[in-house]
Write a protein that binds this ligand. Structure first.
Ligand code: SF4
Length: 463
């Protein structure tokens, strides 16, 4: 974090203000950096009031902030800097957030393809409706719809498409062909999967699967008992483990460029398993000398925590476990890229992360399809990431429209936006939003509040 003295010095040395003014604004600039490095979603007026400045003085402060790139850097590398660097600023650059506020239709900046007709697991935290699935007869037509969307998407952003669910994508036997199709158009798609079906037979039947840019396996435990507790499936860990070991060997032997990684949610009471997780990664590395696992995303489980906070004892345990994890990772899996996510990254820095908590009353009536949308096998375009499950009560209200032989994705989004369609949220609807949706809604609400308060030119603080 920047020191006040250094800020004052630069302000004067670079001729931005007099020594007197520098003494007055220096502490405020440091407070501003500290605040937005930690709480990215605060409306400007709230910070202005906190600093007890009138509008003119606050406007001057924002002007000086913009002149010092080091201040911006301090915000982006702050404890909550990942929100800025990974999510908000790229969307600002793409103009996707402005499109939402201006009510202008455009293709979703990120589109999730949800091709899975079913799932073999029944994870206790999953919102999917037990037994609900897409009919096998829907596959052919559904895949044709997804293919048409792949052909339709603009190619400017190679990361615009990803494959997830909804249900488990690898239960769709036509997935490989869709991946190859997308790769031919230059899309570098990531697959989010449980890897239970990532068998040798699947890979042989669907060689297109090798054309994924990355495969991210959600790991639900480190032995069969943990898997069964979480997914309800017996002996699932051994199968996923065998699939990943085999994938590792073939990927290395055939020099396939696809990246391979894991997503591991630290469930309450399982922080001590982080060291065992590294042993598992090391086992996968050993299966393919010279081609270690590429990445690991660690996440904290916030479900069932109404205020979004972890209890102090658990925080301390988790922080200690993360420190031990980091030390061991540097030793046994040095090539592994570890992404701690927003919450764990902040916790590692000794702070409580501010996770946006969107409620029905703060959900946006028109959602944000210009930023992100999801499409399932029926061609239904969902506004939120956790809504795309068959039979999920109330989720149909969050379908913007259906892509079909006579209706393109562009027409669906354009129709929804230009008609000004709105979904009035009811209690519980916030669970249709995942963490990303919540971040986007929080950002858009913040930007709107700034504009309404007369800070249009400065809205959102950084852009
Ligand atoms: S979380 Fe994923 S793997 Fe688990 S039941 Fe839901 S869809 Fe299946």
């Amino acid at each position: 974090m920047l020191a006040e003295g250094a800020v004052r010095q630069v302000l004067v040395a670079d001729g931005h203000c007099s020594p007197d003014e520098a003494s007055r604004v220096g502490p405020h600039l440091v407070s501003l950096c500290r605040h937005y490095g930690q709480h990215p979603f605060t409306p400007l007026e709230d910070v202005r009031r906190e600093l007890r400045l009138d509008s003119a003085a606050f406007g001057r402060l924002l002007d000086l902030f913009r002149r010092l790139p080091a201040l911006r850097e301090a915000v982006v590398t702050g404890p909550s800097g990942k929100y800025w660097a990974n999510t908000l600023l790229p969307l600002e650059r793409a103009g996707a957030l402005d499109a939402v506020l201006d009510g202008k239709p455009r293709y979703p900046h990120i589109l999730g393809l949800y091709p899975g007709p079913t799932c073999m697991f029944r994870c206790h935290f999953c919102v999917r409706v037990t037994g609900a699935r897409y009919e096998a007869s829907a596959l052919e037509e559904g895949n044709a719809r997804l293919a048409s969307v792949i052909d339709e998407m603009p190619t400017g952003n190679p990361y615009a498409l990803y494959v997830s669910g909804g249900l488990e994508p690898l239960t769709n036997p036509g997935l490989g062909e869709l991946v190859a199709r997308a790769a031919r158009r230059g899309f570098r798609m990531t697959l989010y999967t449980n890897s239970y079906a990532l068998t040798d037979a699947t890979l042989r039947r669907q060689p297109g699967l090798w054309e994924f840019h990355a495969i991210r396996t959600s790991l639900y435990g480190l032995d069969d008992a943990e898997y069964e507790t979480t997914t309800g499936k017996k002996q699932a860990f051994q199968r996923v483990r065998a699939n990943l070991l085999h994938f590792q060997r073939r990927r290395a032997a055939e020099r396939m460029p696809v990246r391979l990684g894991l997503n591991y949610i630290v469930l309450p009471g399982r922080a001590h398993r982080l060291l065992d997780l590294l042993d598992f990664v090391a086992e996968l590395d050993a299966a393919a000398p010279g081609r270690p696992l590429d990445f690991l995303n660690l996440r904290e489980d916030y479900s069932g925590r109404p205020d979004g906070r972890i209890a102090p004892a658990e925080r301390a345990e988790l922080r200690d476990a993360l420190a031990a994890f980091e030390a061991k990772a540097a030793e046994v899996t040095p090539a592994l890229e570890v992404d701690y996510g927003y919450a764990l990254h902040a916790l590692k820095s000794g702070l409580d992360a501010e996770l946006p908590r969107i409620r029905p009353e703060t959900m946006r009536l028109g959602a944000h399809p210009q930023v992100a949308a999801q499409i399932d096998l029926l061609g239904d375009v969902y506004l939120y990431r956790e809504a795309g499950f068959p039979g999920l009560a109330g989720a149909e209200r969050y379908v913007a429209g259906r892509v079909g032989p006579d209706t393109s994705l562009r027409q669906v989004v354009e129709g929804f936006v230009t008609r000004g369609e709105q979904v009035v949220p009811v209690a519980g609807d916030e669970y249709f939003m995942d963490g990303f949706d919540q971040v986007i809604a929080a950002r858009l609400n913040q930007m709107e509040a700034d504009i309404a308060a007369g800070w249009g030119d400065e809205r959102g603080f950084l852009r």
